[in-house]
Design a protein around this ligand. Structure first.
Ligand SMILES: O=P(O)(O)OC[C@@H](O)[C@@H](O)c1c[nH]c2ccccc12
Length: 268
């Protein structure tokens, strides 16, 4: 494993910490925990992300808006978040994810403009390390936030999950092995994701999400994340018992993202 390859996640997290340490342009930057909670609680009530995944046909699709990725480069030249969101909403997505981190050429502005164009429950896909980011996500219209278990010590993970829940936001806890799944469930996570792509190396292990399914009881909601490139990949994950599939690149690189999503939904 190359040096560079083993530290992608660390590099992204270091950049995020630097961003968070810089003077804030946002209102919530210098607030105490209590003020953050009060501010966050006054924002409009989030939609039920988990409910949307469990109510509809299974597995529900979380379709992701993703301009680029560090491993694949630009996925769709000039991609417009609103336009893609409307295609996803019209073609059977249960929920949508918006990649907001700059390493993926995203921002919270993308999430805000998606919120203005569709009614789907929205996941803020970012590298979240502190409460201010959760309030900012809620402010731009997120209903759910991603927390990456590998990036957060247990007390911090628990704290951020509790904080999100007290704002009535839901949390997708991203894991990559049995130990992280246990940590996520013990910390109060209800929506458990397994990422088939290793964020340290960006390598894909296409069987990971199916293999780890058995460690998550059915009272939790299980999301298979990343790596779906064909309808067969999706069928395999469905058959392994995933409640939801999180899919980005397959749609973003498709000539017709809406039709590609529609075909997948029909096949499941
Ligand atoms: O484009 P893919 O292979 O369909 O993957 C989507 C999603 O799972 C991926 O973007 C992702 C999952 N977890 C993340 C954490 C950070 C950044 C990105 C991700």
């Amino acid at each position: 494993m190359s040096d560079k390859g083993s530290t992608y996640l660390d590099k992204i997290l270091a950049a995020k910490r630097a961003e968070l340490a810089a003077p804030r342009a946002t209102r919530s930057g210098a607030l105490t925990d209590r003020e953050l909670l009060e501010l966050g609680a006054r924002l409009p009530r989030p939609r039920d992300f988990i409910g949307a995944l469990r109510e509809g046909p299974r597995p529900g699709i979380i379709a992701e808006f993703k301009r680029a990725s560090p491993s694949a480069g630009v996925l769709r030249e000039g991609a417009d978040a609103r336009q893609i969101a409307m295609l996803y909403a019209a073609n059977g997505a249960a929920c949508m994810s918006v990649l907001c981190d700059k390493h993926f050429q995203g921002s919270l502005d993308d999430l805000r403009s998606v919120r203005q164009s569709v009614a789907l429950p929205l996941l803020c896909k970012d590298f979240i390390l502190e409460k201010t980011q959760i309030v900012e996500a809620k402010r731009v219209g997120a209903d759910c936030v991603l927390l990456i278990v590998a990036a957060l010590p247990v007390p911090q993970l628990r704290n951020l999950i509790e904080f999100s829940h007290s704002l009535e936001m839901q949390v997708l806890c991203e894991t990559r092995d049995e130990a992280e799944i246990d940590r996520a469930m013990a910390a109060g996570g209800k929506l458990i994701g397994v990422n088939s792509r290793d964020l340290q190396t960006f390598e894909l292990d296409p069987d990971r999400a199916a293999k780890l399914r058995k460690y998550v009881p059915s009272s939790f909601t299980y999301v298979a994340e990343s790596g779906v490139r064909t309808i067969d990949d999706a069928l395999r994950l469905r058959d392994s018992g995933a409640d939801a599939l999180l899919i980005g690149s397959y749609f973003m690189t498709a000539e017709q993202p809406g039709e590609t999503l529609r075909e997948l939904v029909m096949a499941l």
